[in-house]
Design a protein around this ligand. Structure first.
Ligand code: TRP
Length: 342
């Protein structure tokens, strides 16, 4: 089977389950924007069906979905260039996921580290949806025959499972139907760590709000959080080796590099030798310059709920135009009788 029969198509998803923060922006949104190019079809999904694998308050779920859409657009995704939609408006995802539930094996699912982490000690009390989560994720990707999937490295195992599902489906039914998807894993440079602990990922669930920069923070809050970020007493090195064993210093330099579209080497060549007392205000200024316009655009869009809903609806229509024929062919391959008049 050749993979070249599939045209390059990017798909990725983010859960609408809480506030967007700098880690989501640098690790996902900004990369999604970079991939939005004329020779690439880009499809970005707010995965609301994945979000409810753990409890979500209905009002907050709707709010988070719209806020995520506003964040996508404010960060630079253009609804005329990328397909933006929420997962539940395209029923083919859930329909294909059912087929994949019958392809994937219990043993494959039980090995997923995210399942083990999220279900914790009380697996009996976890939702069936949480267990089947990776099968829905495979359906998200494969119902578009997507070839490239940008994700954080915590999703690598789920992408391997997606490949396993595609391979087993193709093998069991004797077809070359689903592509073997390439993961586009986020590099260390875009992995944003907590501002309070350089060994932990920046996370919406960290109890300390000072550990993260939210995309809705105003300029003063952003500057304050950077000023108070944990550091060590040494000056910045002029070479990357000097950041080893200095996770907090490394994180702030990484953030600076990502926000200014430079490499870490370039940044260190310019700031090596400076103390944090001098570097932090530079970083704060840069962060405010890059993030404040995004947060104010998000706030503006959130004032126009009907416009957001219209964008999601149009995106879902475009997505369905791709997904429906692929699901139909899948049903035919599997042997589902269809009596609809053509
Ligand atoms: N599981 C992904 C995460 O938590 C979100 C996701 C769902 C996704 N479906 C996807 C990512 C499909 C890429 C492709 O980050």
């Amino acid at each position: 089977m050749t993979e070249t029969q599939f045209t390059p198509r990017v798909f990725s998803g983010i859960q609408p389950s809480g506030n967007l923060h700098l880690g989501n922006y640098l690790g996902a949104l900004k990369r999604f924007v970079d991939m939005q190019q004329p020779d690439m079809e880009t499809i970005y999904c707010m995965v609301d069906l994945h979000a409810i694998t753990v409890w979500q308050d209905p009002k907050e779920l709707a709010h988070s979905t719209r806020e995520l859409c506003a964040g996508f657009i404010a960060a630079g995704l253009d609804p005329d260039k990328s397909i933006l939609f929420n997962q539940s408006q395209v029923p083919e995802h859930a329909q294909l996921a059912w087929i994949f539930n019958c392809v994937a094996r219990m043993g494959w699912m039980q090995r997923m580290t995210q399942w083990k982490d999220k279900a914790g000690k009380n697996q009996q009390n976890a939702s069936l949806g949480l267990f089947a989560y990776p099968s829905l994720m495979a359906a998200d990707i494969l119902t578009y025959h997507a070839t490239h999937v940008p994700v954080g490295d915590d999703q690598k195992q789920h992408l391997e499972l997606t490949r396993d599902i595609a391979i087993k489906f193709n093998h069991d039914y004797g077809v070359d139907f689903f592509p073997i998807t390439e993961p586009v894993i986020e590099g260390a440079a875009t992995r944003v760590m907590s501002l309070r602990d350089g060994s932990k990922k920046m996370s919406k669930s960290d109890p300390s709000d000072m550990s993260r920069i939210n995309m809705t923070d105003d300029a003063d809050t952003i500057a304050k959080k950077i000023r108070k970020a944990k550091t060590d007493p040494d000056a910045l090195p002029s070479e990357i080796d000097g950041l080893e064993d200095r996770p907090e210093a490394r994180n702030l330099v990484n953030i600076y590099a990502a926000l200014s579209d430079q490499t870490v080497d370039q940044v260190l060549a310019a700031v090596g030798g400076k103390q944090f007392g001098e570097f932090k205000p530079m970083l704060a200024e840069l962060a405010v310059e890059k993030l404040a316009p995004i947060s104010s655009e998000m706030a503006r869009l959130m004032g126009e709920e009907a416009e957001i809903d219209r964008i999601l609806g149009k995106g879902a229509e475009k997505a369905r135009a791709i997904a429906a024929p692929i699901l139909q062919q899948t049903y035919e391959i599997v042997g589902m009788v269809s009596s609809k008049q053509g």
